[in-house]
Design a protein around this ligand. Structure first.
Ligand code: SF4
Ligand code: SF4
Length: 193
């Protein structure tokens, strides 16, 4: 994981998306987006700031200014642990955690999430597994996550996987629910929403 080094690429105004901030402000959580005073409370209270490529304060500023691509492709939105510290402490009552959810959803919808970054890959594969069998299968999920992010890590984790299998903490049997066909329309509706 890279710690932000301070490097930035200059961007011209014509490359920005002037509608982005307005669209985000219309979503749940973004109502007060334009009232942000850039105080930095969110960044200082966030336990994961040091690992993020953009701090929460910066992400809010970039959203307002239309840096759509940078926001949606950032690792920050996938590192957010939904602890709600920033939301609770923001003096302008900006629901930053909800914005992170919205960004994640947009990034998946538009296929611009970091393709080899574990969190979005896991979220994506989890949804696909639940859609198919009606419940999560940890063994398959972990295997797919490593194969799609870092196959070498799969080899490193082989011993741990074997020990989990031996102790019955993880199984190879695929578990599924009855009447899976009834679940599909529900998940389709959730995805559409
Ligand atoms: S805490 Fe709220 S007002 Fe302060 S920088 Fe963060 S989002 Fe803006
Ligand atoms: S909700 Fe996310 S962005 Fe906000 S403080 Fe927690 S980890 Fe940081």
């Amino acid at each position: 994981m890279n710690v932000w080094t301070g490097e930035r690429k200059i961007k011209y105004e014509s490359e920005l998306d002037p509608t982005f901030g307005k669209r985000i402000a219309e979503l749940y959580g973004g109502e007060n987006l334009h009232q942000c005073i850039q105080c930095g409370t969110c960044s200082s209270t966030c336990p994961l700031t040091i690992y993020m490529d953009f701090t929460p304060r910066r992400l809010v500023a970039m959203t307002r200014e239309g840096f759509r691509d940078e926001v949606l492709q950032s690792k920050t939105i996938w590192l957010c642990a939904s602890c709600y510290s920033c939301t609770v402490d923001c003096p302008k009552k900006i629901k930053i955690t909800e914005l992170m959810y919205a960004f994640k959803q947009m990034a998946i919808d538009e296929g611009v999430y970091p393709k080899r970054f574990a969190t979005p890959v896991m979220a994506h594969e989890f949804f696909k597994i639940v859609r198919r069998w009606g419940r999560s299968n940890e063994g398959i999920l972990i295997t797919l996550m490593f194969l799609k992010t870092n196959p070498f890590k799969l080899l490193k984790q082989a011993l741990l996987g074997w020990n989990l299998l031996r102790r019955g903490r993880m199984g190879l049997k695929i578990e599924s629910i009855k009447r899976r066909n009834e679940l599909k329309p529900i998940l389709d509706a959730v995805e559409k929403a």
